[in-house]
Design a protein around this ligand. Structure first.
Ligand code: NAD
Ligand code: TYD
Length: 336
């Protein structure tokens, strides 16, 4: 069995590689990653010498190289994590998001059609459903909810989802899609809320909270997400979409205050800043389908998950100091 993991030098992809190599000894994992500012080889250092693992630096939009790799490795399964993933960056640079998130997905699926595949899995997001009002905690998005995106990021992910379903209907490609809520855990680039707040707090820097900090996100521990994808690629039905949520809704301000408490840092570090343009209010998904069909439930409660995450950032200061250094960012974004 050979699995292609694209975007595996990033946050969720790297955690998925660690999870799969531990869960399936003898299963070959080939990671395809462009190593943008968000991907770093040091993240994959623990598995680089594993005989079952191969890393290839490549852009998923590079059709020729992707085809060559399919011809050479003959993957059984492709799990596509590769993406531009940060909403704020998509507001500044929408085109890059369309290129990687939409066109890159198409190149991968064309390769799957050409060389044959058992399963193509698209890692999507609950953000494709748009947002919910703050005063209706009874509402949740199901897999049947309409696509109603807000940001260039979510629009590019939604476009890719539509393309994935089109390749299933038109060409019979055996696809699945997962739409997960906000992930947190080890190895997340410190631009997203939780790692940014942890690393800023550790450096006694201001903690920038958008607006009044009342927006709500549903936090999913990354290992629970990896387990869900493992179940979907092996037992999920082709042509189906599965929501994956943490059942862990929190207001941003409460998350930031909890991090301050856990680190023993003063709340006076919190700085309210201008709100994000088009800022989604609340995300929440109904996970009945994955629970009843595949028996998946999130296992990590937020207090436990945030404790483990903070511990990781305390123990891996060299990792995050290196990935956020401007040298690193300049090196990896040069020539985009
Ligand atoms: P990330 O930004 O940490 O990592 C993305 C990885 O993709 C990086 O290693 C980067 O180098 C690589 N990449 C980017 N463009 C590429 C290209 N053109 N070719 C090859 N590799 C490329 O992202 P993440 O947080 O790990 O998210 C992974 C996936 O999960 C994404 O598709 C994202 O949309 C989705 N998702 C993430 C979250 C979350 O909370 N992080 C929530 C829902 C969905
Ligand atoms: P983020 O981690 O960027 O994920 P997403 O926008 O995909 O949900 O942001 C999570 C929430 O935190 C979102 O409501 C925006 C907010 N936020 C801040 O208040 N300050 C910040 O510096 C960042 C990065 C996010």
């Amino acid at each position: 069995m050979t699995i292609f993991v694209t975007g595996g030098a990033g946050f969720i992809g790297a955690n998925f590689i660690f999870y799969m190599l531990a869960a399936y000894p003898g299963c070959r994992i080939v990671c395809l990653d462009k190593l943008t500012y968000a991907g770093d080889l040091s993240t994959l250092e623990p598995v680089m010498n594993d005989a079952d693992f191969r890393f290839v630096k490549t852009d998923i939009c590079d059709r020729e190289t992707v085809y060559e790799l399919f011809a050479e490795e003959k993957p059984d399964i492709v799990v596509n994590f590769a993406a531009e993933s940060h909403v704020d960056r998509s507001i500044d640079e929408p085109e890059l998001f369309l290129r990687t998130n939409l066109l890159g997905t198409q190149v991968l699926m064309d390769a799957c059609r050409r060389y044959g595949i058992r399963r193509y899995h698209q890692v999507s997001t609950d953000e494709v459903y748009g947002d919910l009002p703050l005063d209706r905690p009874d509402l949740f998005f199901t897999e049947e909810s309409p696509i109603r995106t807000s940001s260039p990021y979510s629009a590019s992910k939604a476009g890719a989802d539509l393309m994935v379903m089109a390749y299933h209907r038109t060409y019979g490609l055996p696809v699945t899609i997962s739409r997960c809520s906000n992930n947190y855990g080890p190895c997340q680039f410190p631009e997203k809320l939780i790692p940014l707040m942890i690393t800023n707090a550790l450096a006694d820097k201001p903690l920038p909270v958008y607006g009044e900090g009342l927006n709500v996100r549903d936090w999913l521990y990354v290992e629970d997400h990896c387990r869900a994808i493992d179940l979907i690629i092996h037992k999920g039905r082709a042509g189906e979409i599965y929501n994956v949520g943490g059942n862990n809704e929190r207001r941003n301000i409460d998350v930031v205050k909890l991090i301050c408490r856990e680190l023993g840092k003063p709340e006076s570090l919190i700085t309210y800043v201008e709100d994000r343009k088009g800022h989604d209010l609340r995300y929440a998904v109904d996970t009945t389908k994955i629970r009843t069909e595949l028996g998946w439930l999130p296992e990590t409660d937020f207090e436990e998950g945030i404790g483990k995450t903070i511990r990781w950032y305390l123990d891996n200061r060299c990792w995050w100091e290196a990935v956020i250094s401007s040298d690193h960012i300049n090196k990896n974004t040069a020539g985009l």
